[in-house]
Write a protein that binds this ligand. Structure first.
Ligand code: NAP
Length: 251
């Protein structure tokens, strides 16, 4: 891998969509900073896959819901790579299926701290390093929203859906804010994708169970979402910013 390989930070890169993005990005020539919250083994496995294929990657622990952890993630990137060229703001959580009137303040607070505040603080640090306004060379950001932002998550997780609605608005606003500074900002809105996240909602078989109700009669895969993210990261999307791309099989 050449010293000048562009560097991509993938938050939540250890599993699911983030792991697929990390591996695909390395195949496209990115050096990848694979962030994870607690599953070191999974993150190290992603890094090993990338290195075995001749790519460059490091695993970086850090909870994006904690500003001090975000600081240390970027300190590691600065020390190891010395520059940053792209960010996939992918780390995200859901809670167990609940109505709003059953949710605790702590649940809602944590949802927004990880999914919204975390994504915004991570993007802010990326902009500090990539924007031409700050002496950077430009860059690209892809936020991972959800189709839930448009559906609302009623009866299931309105907190999660609202957090993703905030990501959509944030994507459009930041795109306009930094468009003249060499940075493109877009989002993907996955539909039902077959990953571990549904187990966290208490529905481990959700992807399989809901398949007959989906237009394409199947859930999507993490690799399919990764492909759309790689498109938005890459040169073929050079005139696309502020876009929200549904990757939801027509849902
Ligand atoms: P997943 O399989 O549950 O993986 C989540 C990843 O995020 C893991 O790498 C996890 O790290 C990391 N993570 C969780 N909390 C974190 C935190 N506070 N700080 C840093 N990293 C954290 O989830 P996924 O399905 O791939 O989802 C990825 C993104 O896609 C999320 O933003 C989610 O909302 C969005 N999305 C998913 C679907 C779907 O159907 N799967 C649909 C729409 C949108 P550890 O391995 O250390 O736990």
């Amino acid at each position: 891998m050449s010293e000048s390989a562009p560097v991509l930070l993938v938050t939540g890169g250890s599993r699911g969509i983030g792991a697929a993005v990390s591996v695909a990005a390395a195949q496209h020539g990115w050096a990848v900073a694979v962030n994870y919250a607690s599953n070191k083994e999974a993150a190290e496995a992603v890094v090993a896959t990338i290195r075995e294929a001749g790519g460059e990657a490091i695993a970086i622990p850090g909870d994006v819901g904690k500003p001090e952890d975000i600081k240390s993630i970027f300190a590691t990137i600065d020390a190891h790579f010395g520059h940053l060229d792209g960010l996939v703001n992918n780390a995200g959580i859901v809670g167990v299926i609940q109505r709003l009137d059953e949710m605790t303040p702590e649940r809602i607070d944590r949802m927004f701290r990880v999914n919204v505040t975390g994504s915004m603080l991570v993007a802010a640090k990326a902009v500090r390093r990539m924007s031409t306004r700050h002496g950077g060379k430009g860059g690209v950001i892809v936020n991972v929203s959800s189709l839930a932002a448009t559906l609302g998550g009623g009866g299931q997780y309105v907190d999660y859906a609202a957090s993703k609605g905030a990501i959509d608005t944030f994507t459009v606003g930041l795109a306009r804010e930094v468009a003249a500074e060499g940075i493109r900002v877009n989002a993907v809105r996955p539909g039902i994708i077959d990953t571990d996240i549904h187990a966290a909602a208490g529905l481990p078989d959700r992807a399989r169970d809901i398949a007959p109700q989906l237009p394409m009669k199947r859930a999507g895969t993490a690799d399919e979402v990764a492909d759309s993210i790689l498109y938005l990261l890459g040169p073929h999307a050079s005139y696309i910013t502020g876009a929200l791309l549904d990757v939801s099989g027509g849902r």
